[in-house]
Design a protein around this ligand. Structure first.
Ligand SMILES: NC(=O)c1ccc[n+]([C@@H]2O[C@H](COP(=O)([O-])OP(=O)(O)OC[C@H]3O[C@@H](n4cnc5c(N)ncnc54)[C@H](O)[C@@H]3O)[C@@H](O)[C@H]2O)c1
Ligand SMILES: [Zn+2]
Ligand SMILES: [Zn+2]
Length: 362
């Protein structure tokens, strides 16, 4: 079928809306008409280096199922769905409910640019276009997804709110609710108050934690305070960030979450934590240098986290419930843009002017 998609045609180049052809769903695939798509920082950081071009990104889609392959049983045409990450469903990790750590690896099924057989289902004037990003490539009017990354949601739930649940919100909230599981009254510092960090702030506040946020962008610190953080620090203004965090959370926080992927920030988190504190590493980065003896002497646990350890089919409905109870005010993070303004939405996100851009499609 003929669709429209935002195609990246050169490394780090702009999103350009093109008419593409999309294959019919294969037996294990689900054709989804996309009604909203969030832009995650990962779309933008991946676009900057991605070598397999042209490529369609997008991994926070929401929409309506239009058709399903013959093996698909858990969703049907007409269902409203939120799209998330893909997992194999059969390996040991998937079988034990750890789908985020699927033995296939997050890259093979989510960030190879193709189906497992090397095809993509997308063509531009007969030439192949890479896609299958997180088993969706949802910067498009239609996407092919899989049962493992389709989550049925109530038909009357706003697609604009649903879309970012599939990655950014799930990752931040899941890091708190599924991984750290803080007791009420414990303290937690979040480094980076973007969509992921602020979702962690919301979840931790909902769990009655004392939350400190750290971010150089004033508007994001202000949202963190509005969401209930007890303090929001500007790392550029505070001479010793770790000491400032420790001043607020006496003895240092029980938990820290890094969403920046920056080596210096990870060291600040380690220095800020109390004895036997836990640091969740969520921000994408290449490498970090930190003081081994500090980690050892404080008995700190370092925990890498993918997608908040969430099994989307159970966690996304849980997030929707929290939203409906007023405990996860996701709307405070969202700015909508028409799909045709995707490049402007990406620019505004990269510039820190908006937190979670969500593209709307009719
Ligand atoms: N692990 C996962 O499964 C997963 C899932 C989604 C996103 N991510 C990654 O998580 C990260 C956060 O995503 P996002 O969408 O919130 O991105 P974002 O860019 O909106 O947020 C990052 C924030 O870090 C802040 N920052 C920069 N320097 C800082 C410093 N020195 N101290 C404190 N804060 C600083 C930025 O101002 C920004 O607000 C990205 O790296 C993204 O790729 C990981
Ligand atoms: Zn993401
Ligand atoms: Zn698996």
């Amino acid at each position: 079928m003929r669709i429209q998609a935002a195609v990246v045609e050169s490394r780090g180049g702009p999103f350009t809306i093109r008419n593409l052809d999309l294959e019919e769903p294969r037996p294990d695939e689900v054709l989804v008409k996309i009604t909203a798509a969030g832009i995650c920082h990962t779309d933008l950081s991946t676009r900057a280096f991605w070598p397999r071009l042209p490529m369609v990104f997008g991994h926070e889609g929401a929409g309506i199922v239009e058709a399903v392959g013959e093996q698909v049983t858990t969703v049907a045409p007409g269902d409203t769905v939120c799209l998330s990450y893909r997992s194999c469903g059969t390996c040991g990790q998937c079988a034990s409910g750890r789908t985020a750590y699927c033995d296939a690896g997050i890259t093979a099924l989510n960030a190879s640019g193709t189906r497992t057989d090397g095809s993509t289902g997308l063509t531009l004037m007969g030439e192949g276009v890479y896609g299958n990003f997180f088993g969706q490539s949802s910067f498009a009017t239609h996407a092919l997804a899989y049962e493992s990354n389709c989550v049925k949601i109530p038909a009357d739930f706003s697609p604009t709110l649903a879309a970012p649940l599939g990655c950014g919100v799930q990752t931040g909230a899941g890091t708190v609710l599924n991984v750290l599981q803080p007791a009420a009254g414990s303290s937690l510092v979040v480094f980076g108050a973007g969509a992921v960090g602020l979702s962690a702030v919301m979840a931790a506040v909902a769990e009655d934690c004392a939350v400190v946020a750290v971010d150089p962008i004033a508007s994001r610190r202000s949202v963190a305070r509005d969401l209930g953080a007890v303090a929001a620090l500007d790392p550029a203004e505070v001479p010793d960030v770790a000491a400032a965090v420790r001043d607020i959370a006496s003895d240092g926080p029980h938990y820290a979450i890094d969403t920046t992927g920056r080596s210096a920030v990870i060291s600040q988190a380690i220095a800020a934590l109390r004895q036997r504190g836990t640091l969740a590493l969520v921000g994408i980065g290449k490498s970090a240098e930190f003081d081994i003896m500090t980690v050892m002497a404080k008995g700190i646990q370092l925990r890498g986290v993918i997608e908040g350890d969430a099994v989307p089919q159970s966690f996304i409905p849980q997030l929707i419930k929290l939203y409906e109870q007023g405990r996860l005010p996701v709307e405070k993070l969202i700015t909508t843009f028409p799909f045709s303004d995707i490049e402007e939405a990406a620019r505004a996100a990269a510039a820190g002017e908006v937190i979670k851009p969500v593209l709307t499609l009719s």
